[in-house]
Design a protein around this ligand. Structure first.
Ligand SMILES: Nc1nc2c(ncn2[C@@H]2O[C@H](COP(=O)(O)OP(=O)(O)OP(=O)(O)O)[C@@H](O)[C@H]2O)c(=O)[nH]1
Ligand SMILES: C[S@@+](CC[C@H](N)C(=O)[O-])C[C@H]1O[C@@H](n2cnc3c(N)ncnc32)[C@H](O)[C@@H]1O
Ligand code: SF4
Ligand code: SF4
Length: 334
């Protein structure tokens, strides 16, 4: 079947899927404490998610990243992971992976490995238990640490994702780097993005520029730029002293969109062609209106890809948050 190519000749081979907007944490930069969630009937069923993802795989998607909200709080989510194993077995899908807050990994790490997952990105912005409770509001660090350990014991490669927050985790730059190095884990820093109204938090105050973070790291270690890219916004360096990889996701200070290879599906079946734009296509109707045939769904996907924009419009340069998008990260799936 003909592969998906967008108007800027970028092949679309990576689908990020948000399987729920719910979460057991309330990270201050992501959600308000009294966040309201979608009614269950709005969500795609696991069977519908399977049909959609399988359609994308037939059209050339080779990497599937499951995210949310917290993907592992979606009921029976393992059924979905196990259903995707058939695409790994056939060779059509090269990677099945997830981004998680780690809270449920003690229970899920082994079954995920058994379903074919080999790598997992776990989010943790601090290794201090009190600060962790403060930033996640509802999260508890020891539970996440047990989850990380379970993931490694199951054979999953772990990458830690940390949002760089000025005045919050600046002082942990070296200790977190060393903690990850000691456990053979890579570490990726993310700049905070203007997604969704989360009440009184001001992301401009929280914004810690990664060029500054990198310069501080370079005062202590020898950094070698790595040419590799996963087609996403992360750029990587190797720390020569520890051998580990450190990534920088700089959506605001670096333009990486030219090599974009991804689109994202929300838990309600909207396809967002770009994380930083509002334009989306309703795939749920194409799915529900044609239960017996996948052709209308495939046509809707192709049509959507024809509208993929060149890039995002986030801009902090004038010291106001321009180009912000109104939906939450947990809806689009960070
Ligand atoms: N602006 C922008 N940010 C993105 C995009 N994809 C990922 N991000 C950001 O990067 C964060 C981390 O992404 P991950 O879920 O760990 O995935 P990744 O970095 O693409 O993963 P790998 O490269 O496969 O390891 C996300 O939560 C987003 O904040 C994108 O397409 N555009
Ligand atoms: C939305 S979460 C979904 C998956 C899972 N709940 C987790 O936390 O890993 C995915 C990633 O988005 C990041 N994130 C959430 N809100 C963000 C924001 N406003 N700016 C930058 N990153 C954000 C989180 O830190 C996390 O690494
Ligand atoms: S970043 Fe992840 S863990 Fe934190 S509130 Fe958002 S979805 Fe939940
Ligand atoms: S901002 Fe949009 S175009 Fe740029 S990398 Fe992200 S999804 Fe792709």
């Amino acid at each position: 079947m003909e592969k998906l190519i967008d108007p800027f000749a970028r092949p679309i081979s990576y689908l990020r899927v948000s399987v729920t907007d719910r979460c057991d944490f309330r990270c201050v930069y992501c959600m308000s404490e009294n966040m309201s969630f979608l009614p269950k009937k709005e969500l795609l069923t696991l069977e519908e998610l399977d049909r959609l993802c399988s359609g994308f795989v037939r059209m050339g998607v080779e990497k599937l990243r499951i995210t949310g909200g917290e993907p592992l709080v979606r009921r029976n989510i393992l059924t979905f992971f196990r259903a995707m194993t058939r695409h790994l077995d056939s060779g059509a899908l090269k990677e099945l992976t997830l981004t998680t807050n780690g809270s449920q990994l003690e229970k899920f790490a082994q079954p995920l490995f058994d379903a074919g997952v080999r790598r997992v990105n776990i989010s943790a912005d601090t290794l201090d238990a009190d600060k962790f409770a403060q930033i996640t509001r509802w999260g508890r660090l020891p539970q996440v640490l047990r989850g990380i350990e379970a993931a490694q014991n199951a054979g999953l490669r772990v990458k830690l994702n940390a949002v760089a927050l000025r005045g919050f985790n600046e002082d942990e730059l070296l200790s977190m780097t060393e903690w990850c190095a000691a456990r053979d884990m890579d570490l990726t820093w993310i700049e905070v993005m203007p997604m969704g109204d989360i009440g009184n938090e001001d992301r401009l105050d929280q914004y810690w520029k990664l060029t500054d973070l990198r310069a501080r790291l370079a005062e202590h270690y020898t950094l070698t730029d790595l040419p590799e890219s996963t087609g996403g916004p992360a750029r990587y360096v190797r720390i020569e002293e520890t051998g580990q990889k450190v990534g920088f996701i700089t959506p605001l200070s670096h333009n990486f969109c030219e090599s974009c290879n991804r689109v994202r599906l929300t838990c309600t079946g909207e396809l967002f062609m770009c994380l930083g734009q509002e334009d989306n296509a309703d795939l749920r109707s194409a799915l529900r209106n044609h239960p017996g045939s996948d052709a209308p769904l495939e046509a809707a996907i192709r049509d959507a890809i024809r509208h993929k924009p060149r890039g995002h419009d986030f801009d902090y340069s004038r010291q106001t948050v321009d180009g912000r998008v109104s939906r939450h990260m947990s809806h689009t799936g960070g």
